[in-house]
Design a protein around this ligand. Structure first.
Ligand SMILES: *Cc1c(COP(=O)(O)O)cnc(C)c1O
Length: 225
């Protein structure tokens, strides 16, 4: 393990101290061993983020049952069934087709799955997510109300991977603006649409300044992957 367990515990405590009240911390444990997750859990951390279905399914039975797992990676539609019922939140719903499949599989399982819609605001084309236009079209004209087995809780975004702070801030501001606009759409239950997930190890402070209600921090807690 790259970071000793005592240091993981210290970092969890430090983030709980410096992250403002009302902003949730998701500890991103992808590619980290279960011992590292356990060390963070021992320090009181309950929310963890994973980006691969197989890895998540492997870790779940080895770790405490009260962990709230957030799925944050690109989700292939053929993996949805395995994931349903295992997550507190699927943060990375990046297409309408994926949203519909999550709804169908959740209906079959008799549950409602909480999800975020991922919006693409970064300059890299490689990143997944809805464009602003696509998302607003879906929220305004899509038949979201017919999707009874998903609860759209908010938006997830990633900023451009750059040292240019102005660009990063602009990306987060754009995501926050989309968040507010979608929240005002009649098809969205605004009471429950309350999560704006943005910010990682290198840029979470800017994300919080721009309105994030949840940050996803991995390497700054667990070390390099
Ligand atoms: C890996 C990952 C993170 C965490 O990134 P760090 O730079 O390690 O904090 C956050 N969000 C998503 C979507 C990720 O894939």
């Amino acid at each position: 393990m790259s970071v000793p367990e005592s240091e993981i515990a210290r970092r969890i405590a430090e983030y709980r101290r410096i992250i403002p009240e009302g902003v949730a911390l998701v500890a991103v444990s992808k590619f980290q061993p279960v011992e590292a997750v356990k060390a963070a859990w021992d320090a009181g951390q309950l929310r963890f983020g994973e980006s691969r279905v197989q890895e998540l399914l492997y870790k779940i039975p080895l770790l405490p049952a009260d962990i709230e797992w957030h799925f944050i990676g690109h989700l292939q539609t053929n993996k949805v069934r395995q994931l349903i019922g295992k997550t507190a939140l699927i943060e990375s719903v990046d297409s309408e087709r994926l949203l519909r499949i999550i709804d169908e599989e959740s209906a079959k399982a008799g549950i409602v799955t909480d999800v975020l819609l991922q919006v693409h605001v970064a300059q890299e084309e490689t990143k997944f997510g809805f464009s602003r236009e696509e998302l607003l079209l879906l929220a305004k004209e899509g038949d979201l109300k017919t999707l009874e087995n998903v609860c759209i809780r908010g938006i997830m975004a990633m900023a451009s991977n750059t040292d240019d702070e102005t660009r990063v801030r602009r990306d987060f501001a754009e995501a926050a603006s989309i968040f507010r606009e979608v929240r005002n759409c009649p098809a969205i239950e605004s009471r429950k649409f309350d999560i704006l997930s943005m910010g990682m190890s290198g840029d979470w402070e800017i994300a919080v300044e721009e309105g994030a209600t949840s940050v996803r921090i991995g390497s700054a807690i667990f070390g390099a992957r």
